[in-house]
Design a protein around this ligand. Structure first.
Ligand code: 13P
Ligand code: SF4
Length: 319
């Protein structure tokens, strides 16, 4: 605890001294989320992280999250310095969608509008017509449908299928998956629902279809937090990364949140679903990167003008 206080203090001082702002995702370690809040930064979902970094006046944006979030901040703010506690924090969706294969796939279907999830590399974004996050994916696909467009969707197959089922859109799906959400199991979730008959089930749409079908609310991290506040239930079973419990509990101190079961964990377990890449963001690394100016995010300058277009489209559509 003493060490933690030391790091929080030092990071706070460095942020001020360097005119830097800390932006953290809801899946980060609670201590980083709290620090972002205390120091005037923000904790949010991936859409709001992009918007916040874009609108804030700070010259340096410190992004606690995974690589695509740092890259998005840099693409939207090429003139700012973007730092991350680690540059090794990737995402299985990004890894599962290499740009060469993806571009070849798009080239085979030139008549289709290319919609990619934010969890992708800058190069994949540069090949896309639209970038979306789970906060706005359904609305954007509906909008494209209204224009009579057919779609290529990448990389998350579960989110893609969810949108397809919800909207009836004509979508060709890439077969990527999130290694964290893919572990949620429908059969065990049903057993847990029987143990908590009054609980509402909150599910992130990167989860398998059978799990989504058991949900009372489906949505992005921010939408699940809003559902926890809005719904009258006292207990919630939550199928997403455990980092989200920090904000849910803070906003709903009188409600109980239990983790949905993953493979091998029939019982409620707060240590199961946890993204290994998000967990690489530690206090120690945060202080180190600020002090040393290390782990600066750079995006190929040839990609920026192309990648910024679909990102701006998303921000404009959702503002
Ligand atoms: P959202 O915060 O946009 O729901 O994203 C979830 C996610 O997996 C980010 O890695
Ligand atoms: Fe990627 Fe899943 Fe981790 Fe989010 S939780 S960063 S989608 S691996």
């Amino acid at each position: 605890a003493e060490q933690e206080a030391f790091y929080r203090d030092e990071i706070g001082k460095e942020l001020k001294r360097q005119n830097a702002v800390l932006v953290a995702h809801y899946y980060c370690d609670p201590v980083l989320q709290a620090l972002a809040e205390e120091t005037g930064g923000c904790v949010s979902d991936s859409l709001e992280m992009a918007r916040f970094g874009n609108q804030h006046s700070a010259q340096t944006v410190l992004v606690a999250g995974v690589k695509f979030m740092g890259e998005t901040a840099k693409i939207l703010n090429p003139e700012k310095r973007v730092l991350m506690p680690t540059l090794e924090a990737t995402c299985s969706l990004d890894l599962g969608c290499p740009v060469d294969e993806f571009a070849a796939f798009c080239d085979q279907h030139p008549q289709r509008t290319v919609v990619v999830y934010a969890n992708t590399s800058a190069a994949v974004k540069a090949r896309a017509d639209w970038v979306v996050t789970s906060s706005c994916a359904v609305e954007i696909v509906e909008h494209l449908m209204d224009n009579g467009e057919s779609i290529i969707w990448a990389p998350d197959q579960h989110l893609g299928r969810y949108i397809q089922n919800k909207t009836g859109a004509d979508m060709l799906l890439w077969d990527g998956a999130c290694i964290v959400h893919e572990e949620f199991k429908a059969r065990q979730l049903e057993e847990m629902k029987a143990l908590y008959p009054d609980a509402a089930v909150l599910v992130h749409p990167e989860s398998p279809t059978a799990v989504i079908e058991l949900a009372d609310a489906v949505g992005s991290t921010s939408q699940l937090i809003a559902a926890a506040q809005r719904m009258p239930n006292k207990t919630f079973i939550v199928a997403t990364d455990r980092g989200i419990f920090y904000k849910m509990q803070q906003l709903c101190p009188d409600k109980e949140f239990v983790a949905a079961p993953t493979a091998g964990n029939g019982a409620a377990c707060r240590s199961c679903a946890n993204c290994p890449w998000m967990a690489m963001n530690t206090l120690q690394r945060t202080l180190q990167c600020l002090r040393e100016g290390s782990n600066e995010v750079f995006v190929d300058s040839a990609l920026i003008p192309r990648a910024i277009k679909p990102l701006k489209r998303m921000l404009d559509f959702t503002q």
